[in-house]
Design a protein around this ligand. Structure first.
Ligand code: DAH
Length: 348
């Protein structure tokens, strides 16, 4: 076979192999094999030495033509394969924006926070200001200014974590009474405040005690404020939280910072007053402490008890949550078992 025929044959072979290449790796192999230094075309060109001077340029020309043709075919095929690879990649990475998304688990406010928010919202709607105090408090605000001098026996009711001899973890939110009374400008009208927050007591945790829990303090001080205002206010709170058919009753009690002091009961929402296990067959459930602000408290904060007076109350959102949802162990609220907590999710 002459060189020219051999070249023609290689051309056909090469074109076929190029055509059959199904990926970039293969086309690269074909290029090395056909056009490389050790390839058959180079080999043919080497054989040109033996041709006559007349034939050499013709064969040479043809060889160049075959090489160019194969080079061009390889480049075309490579471009085609690259495009196909790109198309496949794009196809694979297509995002169908109409598919439903993967839902992201969303947190919900803690059940006690829900109660706090509900109470605070209610009071804000009645024009109360919200005052959030510090959990680390001075002893004078936690006790003295609330009419609890040193060695007062009622201090024992609230076993205290002391930080220093004069600084403590507040045992109640009541210190905000003194702090707000001191700050308030009574020429601008009465003081109406609500103060939610965490409080601390040196209690051993059990089903009904926790060394940290929540309180919401409320206070209204102005002119001509009576116990009837207190009762009416508490009724609004009780009805908005537990149901609008409930009644409130006040029982005499003792708190150092109020005089008279009361404990407020609401109609048992479970039996509506008939008597059941929840209300220990009394028909009533105790929900908070309250009273008329003690003249000493007003005086110590620079407010004249002859001119101004009012009521205060302190309620426990933890207890409210236990009552409302029939939770019998307060520790459940603080152990953060999501199986327990998600029961109270509002969105479900
Ligand atoms: N601070 C009281 C407590 O922790 C609760 C309380 C009772 C607050 C009567 C008041 C109140 O404002 O008037 O036991």
């Amino acid at each position: 076979m002459g060189l020219k025929e051999r070249l023609a044959e290689l051309r056909e072979e090469g074109l076929q192999e190029i055509k059959d290449s199904e990926d970039l790796k293969k086309i690269n192999q074909v290029r090395v094999k056909m056009l490389g230094k050790k390839g058959p075309i180079t080999n043919v060109l080497r054989g040109m030495r033996d041709l006559s001077a007349e034939e050499r340029p013709k064969v040479g020309q043809f060889a160049n033509k075959v090489r160019d043709e194969l080079t061009a075919a390889i480049e075309n095929k490579r471009a085609e394969l690259e495009q196909a690879a790109m198309d496949a990649e794009l196809e694979a990475e297509t995002i169908d924006v109409t598919l439903p998304g993967t839902p992201v688990a969303q947190g919900e406010p803690h059940v006690i926070q829900q109660i706090i928010d509900q109470v605070v919202d209610l009071f804000v709607s009645m024009g109360y200001e919200v005052a959030v105090g510090d959990e680390v408090e001075q002893e004078v605000y936690n006790f003295e200014k609330l009419n609890l001098p040193k060695d007062h026996p009622a201090r024992d009711m609230q076993d205290t974590f002391y930080v220093t001899p004069s600084v403590l973890m507040r045992t109640q939110t009541s210190p905000m009474q003194a702090r707000m009374l001191e700050k308030h400008d009574f020429s601008q009208g009465p003081l109406k405040m609500i103060s939610p927050g965490k409080v601390y007591r040196r209690d051993t945790d059990d089903a009904t005690h926790s060394h940290q829990f929540n309180q919401i303090e409320g206070m209204v001080v102005g002119k001509h404020i009576t116990m009837a205002d207190l009762k009416g206010t508490l009724k609004v709170v009780a009805q908005s939280l537990f149901g609008d058919k409930l009644d409130v009753r006040l029982r005499p009690s003792y708190f150092p910072f109020t005089e008279p002091s009361v404990e407020a009961d609401i109609t048992c929402f479970n039996c509506m007053g008939k008597g059941c296990a929840i209300c220990k067959h009394t028909g009533w459930i105790e929900v908070l402490g309250a009273g008329m602000v003690h003249p000493n408290v007003l005086r110590m904060s620079g407010v004249d008890p002859e001119e101004f007076g009012g009521f205060a109350f302190g309620l426990g959102p933890d207890r409210f949550a236990m009552l409302k949802y029939g939770v019998t162990d307060i520790r459940n609220f603080y152990q953060n078992d999501v199986r327990f907590l998600t029961q109270f999710d509002r969105k479900g």
